[in-house]
Design a protein around this ligand. Structure first.
Ligand code: ATP
Length: 436
């Protein structure tokens, strides 16, 4: 974390203090670059995943979902090219023995001690383990390095059990594991992370324009998603990957990079994978993975456009976009749709039972519909301050007037403006703020 700049330090400290993200295995001194999502973080992350699922799967007619096993038959990774190709160049310093990714270094000296670097060698990033109690060469398996392959392996199952015809997509959210040589920058690059991936299957294109049109549509779809979740658009850059740098399966890749506090880095990727994967799975498994045209009976391997999005990088880009300071006040300007709490409810004073009772009534009724915070500690100013740090869009205060006329004060997180509203209107005010 040596290169972490001030902004990153502030976000990291807020995450820890307010229960978003903790260092993993902390009481045992941690485990290098592993992170745990705390009570606020899990809400934020789940809201993002749920919104993604609604946006890309449920709202569309041309999409099906999948949740496949993490450990797959190792032949999958031979067919996909991961066993032979999923390598990063590794170099080791001859003096201090620290290891680096050769393609991430600017000089031929060790960045830590300026020592001489050894020869670069290819390092396969898949996590290996063994199936069953005895470790042997015949039961080696891998933790999946991406969610995508399961979609190809299950392609025929989904096709046969759904009513989809081309073009259509299959989406999956789940964990992936990569034994990264240099993880770091908080949750940006970890060895265990989550992905939200889609394989969008199209007919084999007759010309370049046919697949490019789908590709452009997906660029638009990704931008709409970025807008929806409140990632700062000004910090997002589309980068066309040079032909010489394309992955072995890709004919075109566009990376969506984000200006993180530690530099501009990949947030999402979009790739045209041709028919590489389905074709290879047929060749390696001996099973027919082709699509059959209903009218003509013609069989072929569909081609694929793949939007691939990291959940944790989404969380980080959202935190970096939402973090703001207004003098002493730290405000997490999260989009209400993904904010952990949608509102907080306070009794003006905790030592007045009639206020507490009324406030509990409001709290319990709202809590049936939304995730709502309760706070009766300290003064109202401090409670606002505390909710601002969590990104809670609305704070509702119950005072003595409430007991007379059933009205409450609603304070808005971003404008800090307060208005007096009827208790019966609260549900609509909160749901309007979520659906704006
Ligand atoms: P990078 O170049 O940063 O290593 P990549 O090009 O290898 O990334 P992909 O294989 O395209 O990444 O994976 C798709 C998405 O999964 C990435 O855009 C990113 O959001 C996420 N991702 C990949 N590796 C990691 C990681 N180690 N930690 C967290 N998220 C990751």
């Amino acid at each position: 974390m040596a290169k972490q700049n001030k902004e990153m330090e502030k976000i990291l400290s807020l995450c820890k203090q307010r229960g978003f993200i903790f260092a993993g295995s902390e009481i045992y001194g941690g485990l290098q670059n592993s992170w745990d999502y705390g009570p606020m973080g899990v809400e934020l992350k789940n809201n993002i995943k749920q919104l993604w699922w609604n946006h890309f799967v449920r709202k569309r007619e041309d999409m099906e979902g999948l949740d496949a096993a993490l450990i797959m038959n190792p032949k999958v990774w031979e067919a996909s090219g991961h066993v032979s190709e999923f390598n990063d160049p590794l170099v080791e310093c001859k003096k201090c023995h620290e290891r680096f990714r050769a393609d991430h270094l600017d000089s031929d000296k060790c960045p830590s001690c300026s020592g001489e670097l050894g020869e670069s060698q290819q390092f396969n990033m898949m996590f290996r383990t063994h199936l069953g109690p005895v470790a042997g060469s015949d039961n080696v398996v891998y933790l999946r390095p991406e969610t995508a392959q399961a979609i190809f392996v299950d392609f025929k199952n989904v096709l046969q059990t759904s009513r989809q015809v081309l073009p259509f997509g299959i989406a999956q959210i789940g964990k992936a594991f990569r034994n990264e040589i240099t993880p770091g920058n908080f949750i940006f690059r970890t060895r265990e992370f989550e992905q939200m991936e889609i394989e969008y299957f199209i007919k084999p294109p007759k010309n370049e324009k046919e697949w490019q049109d789908y590709f452009e549509k997906w660029i638009k779809n990704i931008n709409e998603w970025i807008d929806l979740i409140g990632v700062d658009k000004n910090k997002v850059h589309e980068v066309e990957i040079d032909k010489s740098d394309l992955a072995h399966y890709s004919k075109r890749t566009v990376d969506f990079e984000f200006d993180f506090p530690f530099g501009r880095q990949e947030l999402y990727g979009l790739a045209y994978r041709t028919d590489f994967d389905l074709k290879n799975h047929e060749q390696h498994s001996g099973q027919n993975t082709k699509y059959r045209e209903q009218d003509t009976g013609e069989e072929f391997w569909p081609h694929v456009i793949e939007p691939s999005m990291g959940v944790d990088r989404t969380v980080l880009a959202i935190l970096c976009s939402a973090y703001s300071e207004d003098g002493e006040r730290v405000v997490l300007k999260l989009d209400p749709k993904i904010a952990p709490y949608k509102a907080a409810v306070f009794p003006l004073m905790r030592n007045k039972p009639e206020l507490v009772e009324k406030a509990r009534e409001v709290y319990v009724s709202l809590k049936n519909k939304f995730n709502i915070a309760w706070d009766d500690r300290g003064n109202i100013g401090k409670r606002y301050y505390s909710q601002d740090q969590l990104g809670t869009p609305k704070c509702v205060t119950i005072d003595f007037d409430t007991l007379e006329d059933d009205t409450v004060t609603v304070r808005d997180r971003d404008s800090a403006k307060q208005e007096r509203v009827k208790i019966q209107d609260l549900e609509k005010i909160i749901s309007d703020s979520i659906n704006q």
